[in-house]
Design a protein around this ligand. Sequence first.
Ligand code: ATP
Length: 196
Amino acid sequence: MQIKRLRITGFKSFVEPADLVIESGLTGVVGPNGCGKSNLLEALRWTMGEASAKSLRGAGMDDVIFAGTATRPARDFAEVSILAEIAGPDGADEREIVRRIERGAGSAYRIDGRDVRAKDVGLLFADAATGAHSPALVSQGRIGAVIAAKPADRRAMLEDAAGIAGLHVRRKDAEARLRATEANLARLDAVIADQD
Ligand code: ATP
């Protein structure tokens, strides 16, 4: 997957709509302390489905919405869109993934303009070997955390990198469907036995 553009509106310090075009190759973001470099990475992780406000340096998820300054009022919503090129069996496909949060009303996702569940966004990124917790997104303090990680956590990172993390979610879904079918079969057997 290649992320081609990040469009940020009302997210943390990005009060006005801002487009970050990412060319292929290496992209560096430089700027003085507090200018919003980490906020950019957090906007990316948030749109990929980050569910922990704490890991976005907030107390609640509404804290990602522009909170206002001495000269500008707070906003009521934040929206971030990722334009990504995803390689598939029939060539590369461009997809737009959007997450939007309204103050006090929670957040919602869209893929190519269609309302989807957080899980669908998680699977889309997991299948492309990335996601909100991908080791490819290296924030401050992350290197130390990787070194200190327990083997099970390192395995999760490797599974993310191999693009197989989505299989765990699908296996759980398949197991739940299998259990429901087995329960239905058992009920059916009981009904048939009653009729004999
Ligand atoms: P450093 O180099 O020190 O790590 P940085 O460039 O990564 O800094 P960030 O941490 O991304 O900077 O941005 C911090 C700025 O974002 C602070 O000025 C903070 O006030 C602002 N900020 C964070 N959340 C919000 C919010 N909800 N509303 C408005 N501004 C916010």
